[in-house]
Write a protein that binds this ligand. Structure first.
Ligand code: PLP
Length: 371
């Protein structure tokens, strides 16, 4: 393996490095103990730490702390929203864009997936037609930013449609936090999913954030934790780390401008030889989804890895399987072209040197493809 100091990690959308302040807070918590549900002093200390973290997490999306439900991550938060909001609202139909993360699409029937345009942006007219077609209560799920292309969806407009037709709306904001501003009130959605490991927290902790007044049927039963919305003893170290990552969000948002500059530089160098998806639209500044005709994603990922550059083929959750990305296919990309796509995703640790290392390793791949 390439020594760590010669490694360029460009896979922040899969998971980010743990921020130093998070590692410190989590490590300190591992030396403490106490169940937040215990009434003695040791338990009360743990409860106070959890509640402090809850305040910090609520603040990054302009929500109230009482509406934060801690979960084991983004996947569970999406499942809780899609099952729990649907159950509480008697929604028999879940509509979602065709480019959602698999943890959302697992709950959505094929015929209820709303098409997207060639940039991966939801067709709002098709969404409105689908809302008109269903007399029974409907739940919509629309992500804020796509994990593969970075495309930002018109969530506030979809929420207006939801209100017009009396539907509920959930938003998977897992990839957006720390990269663009996220505000549950201005988005106008009923719930938001977050995942700590996408912005400096540790893996295995996330949250479902509810708008005030929204009911949710619990999925995990057998305990009164999280105001009876998610049973089970809280992951206290994970939650404390989540709070520390949340406090770092303003700093990450400031740095996002520098990161976008690096990404734009990378794209300006490769654009003559590669196709860049969703380039002309509002997109996360850290993400680039690139296809190099004639060179499979796997070959590119392996060759870059040998050169010490970590990127991913499509979404990390589906890596290891050769099938082309469902996101690119939904955008109308030819399957052969989709099989040549990689995702490069930058973050706060990315420097000019990392981009230079990527370009140095990528150029021979592009020259071979052209030869
Ligand atoms: N939603 C999106 C958009 C994601 O990118 C991911 C992870 O890649 C998830 C949900 C799942 O989050 P977690 O890894 O915390 O389960």
């Amino acid at each position: 393996m390439v020594p760590h100091d010669q490694l360029s990690y460009l896979d922040y959308n899969a998971t980010t490095p743990v921020l130093p302040e998070v590692a410190e807070a989590v490590t300190a918590e591992l030396h403490r103990y106490g169940n937040p549900s215990s009434v003695h002093a040791v338990g009360r200390r743990a409860r106070a730490a959890v509640e402090e973290a809850r305040d910090a997490v609520a603040a990054i999306v302009n929500a109230s702390a009482q509406h934060v439900v801690f979960t084991s991550g983004g996947t569970e938060a999406n499942a809780l929203a899609l099952r729990g909001l649907a159950k509480a609202g008697n929604c028999s139909v879940v509509l979602a864009s065709a480019v959602e993360h698999p943890s959302v699409l697992a709950h959505v029937a094929e015929e209820h997936r709303i098409p997207v345009d060639s940039n991966g942006v939801i067709d709002l007219q098709a969404l409105e037609r689908a809302l008109q077609a269903h007399a029974s209560p409907v739940l919509i799920s629309l992500m804020l930013a796509n994990n593969e292309t970075g495309a930002v969806q018109p969530v506030a407009q979809a929420a207006e449609l939801a209100r017009k037709y009396g539907a509920r709306i959930h938003c998977d904001a897992v990839q957006a936090v720390g990269k663009i501003a996220v505000d549950i009130r201005s988005l106008g959605v009923d719930s938001l999913s977050l995942s700590a490991h996408k912005f400096g927290g540790i893996k295995g902790i996330g949250a479902l954030i509810l708008r005030g007044g929204v009911d949710l049927a619990a999925d995990m039963l057998g305990g009164g934790q999280e105001r009876r919305r998610r049973a089970g003893t809280e992951n206290v170290p994970g939650i404390i780390g989540f709070g520390a990552a949340a406090r770092a969000v303003p700093k990450l948002l400031t740095d996002a401008v520098r990161v976008a500059g690096l990404r734009d530089h990378l794209e300006s160098v490769i654009k003559a030889q590669a196709k860049i998806f969703a380039q002309g639209i509002e997109r996360l500044g850290n993400t680039s989804c690139i296809s190099l005709a004639g060179v499979s994603s796997e070959t590119q990922v392996m060759r870059l890895d040998l050169a010490g550059v970590a990127v991913s083929a499509g979404s990390a959750c589906s890596s290891g399987k050769i099938a082309p990305s469902h996101v690119l296919l939904a955008m109308g990309v030819d399957p052969a072209e989709a099989k040549s796509a990689i995702r490069v995703s930058l973050g706060w640790g990315t420097t000019e040197k990392d981009i230079a290392r990527f370009l140095e390793a990528w150029r021979p791949l592009a020259s071979n493809a052209a030869a």
